[in-house]
Design a protein around this ligand. Structure first.
Ligand SMILES: [Zn+2]
Length: 285
């Protein structure tokens, strides 16, 4: 219980054939929703400090709030930096994050390799695993030529080999956000090929809006961490809107309803990913 080792959590998911969920916190109530869901589902949870929160409250405040809320719970949690740029990953390591994603995907390939290798060296010295991303993940409903966005299998093999990253986020048809049009089906065959070439656990970002059967197929092919945000944010928002549609209400009342609906939506994800019931508290009983 309490803070758990991210590598162990993912390793257990690999062995058990399921995946763990990583979800963004946005404020006190959404952080509470994530740890309440982890307690309720008895699932480990990656509490993610994502891209939107950093300009809003700063990395330190986001970390400290997440940590304070998580420590007050009985959840198994990891505090994870999502899509960290170069300087921020080192700041996150200093602050006490125990899991880091370094995002050098915008860099030329060789530079991505070089900088990622450096991050891995530093992070591993502190016992912190590193996730990186290869291939591009478009935003929902962006018009893209998918062929140029997919993670290339040979590149993935070389990247993992030369950088020593622990987990690899890949692009196989997913988007950030929920597409309004029919989603692109996941290329499960490509997931299998990347898994075979790299041998490390794979990560899918943008797992909101992906049909359940594709989520299961991806897990079977080597994905052991899903990042999902949009579906949970929509659940929170629907709670706020439901309260305010009844007239002018206290902000607390609206936030409480948002939190409650986000807990339910998060538990649903944990059940789908198969990590429900796998927390150390569940094993002890
Ligand atoms: Zn992402």
């Amino acid at each position: 219980m309490g803070q758990v080792d991210p590598s162990t959590v993912v390793e257990q998911a690999v062995e058990g054939g399921y995946a763990v969920g990583a979800f963004n916190m946005h404020n006190e109530e959404t952080t509470e929703a994530l740890v309440l869901a982890a307690e309720q589902a008895r699932a480990p949870v990656f509490l993610q400090v994502g891209r939107a929160i950093v300009p809003h409250m700063g990395l330190r405040r986001a970390y400290e709030m997440t940590r304070r809320v998580a420590e007050a719970s009985s959840a198994d949690y990891v505090i994870h930096l999502d899509h960290g740029p170069w300087e921020e990953v080192f700041e996150a390591i200093r602050l006490g994050f125990t899991s880091i994603m370094y995002d050098g995907a915008h860099l030329p390939f060789e530079e991505n390799i070089r900088t990622t290798r450096k991050v891995v060296e530093v992070a591993h010295a502190f016992g912190i695993p590193v996730e990186a991303e290869l291939g591009k993940i478009p935003d929902a409903d962006e018009q893209v030529d998918w062929a140029s966005y997919y993670t290339d299998v040979a590149e993935a093999e070389r990247f993992v080999d030369e950088t020593g990253v622990d987990f690899l986020a890949i692009s196989v048809g997913i988007v950030h956000g929920v597409p309004l049009s029919d989603p692109q089906p996941l290329e499960i065959q490509r997931v299998k090929e990347i898994k075979a070439a790299t041998g490390i656990p794979l990560v899918l970002h943008g797992a909101s809006g992906v049909p359940s059967d594709e989520v299961r197929a991806a897990m079977g092919a080597g994905v052991h961490k899903f990042n999902a945000d949009t579906d949970l944010r929509h659940a929170f928002r629907s709670g706020i809107e439901a309260v305010w549609s009844q007239g002018d209400r206290q902000l607390e009342e609206a936030l409480a309803e948002g939190r409650e609906r986000m807990v339910a939506a998060t538990v649903e994800k944990m059940e789908l990913y198969g990590c429900a019931g796998t927390a150390s508290s569940a094993a002890a009983q």
